[in-house]
Design a protein around this ligand. Structure first.
Ligand SMILES: N[C@@H](CCC(=O)N[C@@H](CS)C(=O)NCC(=O)O)C(=O)O
Length: 215
């Protein structure tokens, strides 16, 4: 059975977990923290989560994992059968992760971890996010799902990543760039959040946060 390694606060861990749950693929969770220790680097080359353990060995990078699951379980229909639809789902995932989340990530230190980022970092992230969110808005259907009227694998990524972008900009700049641009991620979250897979991901994330709070 596939072992999913990481922790329930990680957005990329939760993306893969969402996919495993949503498409009914059996898996086991193995709690692993990020680290730069040799033992961890031997498992995941950058010490990042998630990674999976399989009978073939380990695999990291959430999108590579999702692609592997799609190829290994072709009957599950993780990506659409139609090549165009499937390509649009991949495009959407790339947009959310590379152009939105990865840019916002430069600000997490200040948004969530009690640190500070430089004004230069803030300025650069603001410029990029403004441009990228406008592009995302041109692409995303949000009626109600990212790629249109039906849930797709892109929503596993949207569900875990869009709130981070909204919350980060709200905390760091005092306004939510997504909401301001007319991307109603809160409504989107409600819609996707009705799915049992999303509910499990959210419940586990909350439990993890509660357990990590100092007494
Ligand atoms: N591109 C990677 C990103 C994974 C990632 O950044 N994971 C974070 C946790 S959400 C991590 O391991 N951070 C620790 C580090 O960067 O050293 C993926 O899609 O899996």
């Amino acid at each position: 059975m596939i072992k999913l390694c990481g922790f329930s606060l990680s957005n990329y861990y939760n993306k893969v977990k969402f996919v495993l749950l949503e498409y009914g693929i059996p898996f086991e969770e193995v709690p692993v923290q990020t680290s730069q220790e040799e033992a961890m680097l031997a498992q995941s080359p950058l010490g990042k989560v998630p990674f999976i353990q399989t009978e073939h060995g380990n695999l990291c990078e959430s999108q590579a994992i999702v692609e592997y699951l799609h190829a290994r379980y072709p009957d599950k229909g993780i990506f659409s059968a139609d090549p165009w639809e499937a390509a649009k789902e991949r495009e959407m995932i790339a947009f959310v992760e590379l152009h939105l989340e990865l840019v916002a990530r430069n600000l997490y230190k200040e948004a969530f971890f009690g640190g500070k980022v430089t004004d230069a970092t803030k300025g650069r992230a603001e410029k990029l996010l403004t441009r990228h969110i406008a592009g995302f808005k041109r692409l995303a259907k949000l009626d109600p799902y990212l790629c249109g009227g039906s849930f797709s694998v892109a929503d596993a990524s949207g569900f875990v990543n869009l709130p981070l972008v909204g919350l980060t900009t709200q905390i760091v700049y005092g306004h939510d760039f997504l909401l301001e641009a007319g991307v109603d991620w809160k409504r989107y979250l409600k819609t996707v959040g009705e799915r049992p897979a999303a509910q499990r991901v959210t419940a586990d994330r909350k439990a993890y946060m509660a357990a990590s709070k100092p007494a």
